[in-house]
Design a protein around this ligand. Structure first.
Ligand code: ADE
Length: 334
């Protein structure tokens, strides 16, 4: 079947089955930008309440640009991948400074902004500006790999080239934003990784993998590196019953607040965690070991308790706390 039929079938299906999501009720490029950054690496159901609260607190690019990083990270607290939030903040500040708060229509200008890559630029361009700009995310990659029986492993240069090529072709025509979202929606709800519903798929008749009964073989997975195992020690240092929190400078949690921590296990690592932040306290004992899994890392964190803490507790009124910090504090409570 021809590309035109594939396109038409996707749009008709999307019109009937699209989920009603808060960012689909607007064409505001700033709102689309916020939603797309939140949706990277995070499930739709998780994002919805965060998106609603974020848009209430920072309703415009100007409002976000004026906010402090602590306020932004507070609103992001619990969503993870905090670098996304810092980059969004930097990108929006640049839009306010250079473009008077209007997200640029020109794709090259959009791509040049901090935190905006090919995917985000295409999502904003197609959804907010109705431009024929392609997108490839994990869902789209799976759909197109099956439709076109792409044999190269996901993430390989050959697969990337083929996927962006096909995405560039299919987006051309009316309603490019809906077309891109239809591809994502199909990947999220029908063309799922391990149990694709080819029986109810609107494009099964056009899908090379389904015709050849290879939908469970494709796409070929990316060779995965084993997550790096990292040992850490965190100290819940109490002063008048309250734990001292410090601002993290680590790559993963920069800008967020949590109990002081250091790499390594044992009391020596716990002492180093305190010393690094000029905190004096009496280390009592190790109370737990918690595990925290991130995309490329598995953290094994010893939780130490300390009392008689002295040192700065410099948390501002607004501050973000990571899920890991919440786990550490909860573990020390028992
Ligand atoms: N994932 C990424 N972008 C999305 C969107 N606009 N709608 C639903 N899921 C998405």
């Amino acid at each position: 079947l021809r590309g035109g039929n594939l396109r038409e079938a996707l749009l008709v299906w999307y019109g009937a089955h699209r989920r009603d999501l808060p960012w689909r009720r607007t064409r505001d490029p700033y709102a689309v930008w916020v939603s797309e950054i939140m949706l990277q690496q995070t499930r739709v159901e998780t994002v919805v309440p965060y998106f609603d609260r974020f848009m209430q607190r920072f309703p415009s690019a100007a409002a976000l640009a004026e906010a402090s990083e602590d306020e932004v990270l507070e609103s992001w607290s619990g969503l993870g991948y905090y670098r996304r939030a810092r980059m969004l903040h930097a990108g929006v500040r640049e839009v306010v400074e250079r473009y008077g708060g209007e997200v640029p229509r020109d794709p090259d200008a959009r791509r040049a902004l901090p935190g905006i890559g090919r995917y985000t630029a295409g999502a904003i361009g197609s959804i907010a500006f109705d431009r024929e700009e392609p997108i490839v995310d994990g869902n789209v990659a799976r759909v197109l790999s099956r439709v076109h029986a792409i044999e190269a492993p996901l993430g390989s240069p050959a697969s990337e080239r083929a996927l962006w090529d096909h995405a560039g072709h299919i987006v051309r025509g009316p309603r490019p934003g809906d077309l891109n979202q239809a591809l994502m929606e199909l990947g999220a709800t029908i063309c799922t990784p391990s149990a694709p519903r080819c029986d109810i798929c609107p494009i099964a008749h056009t899908c090379r993998a389904q015709i050849d009964r290879r939908q469970h073989e494709l796409p070929i997975a990316k060779p995965r590196r084993a997550p790096k195992h990292v040992k850490m020690a965190a100290v819940v240092a109490l002063r008048q019953g309250r734990a001292l929190l410090v601002k993290s400078s680590s790559e993963l949690f920069r800008g967020l607040y949590g109990p002081p921590s250091a790499e390594g296990h044992g009391i020596e690592a716990a002492e180093r965690a305190l010393a690094d932040h000029a905190i004096r306290a009496r280390i009592d004992r190790k109370v737990a070991t918690v595990e925290h899994v991130l995309t490329h890392r598995r953290l094994e964190v010893e939780v130490w308790r300390a009392t008689h803490a002295r040192g700065r507790n410099d948390t501002p009124a607004s501050h973000g706390i990571s899920k890991l910090a919440r786990k550490i504090l909860a573990a020390a409570d028992h």
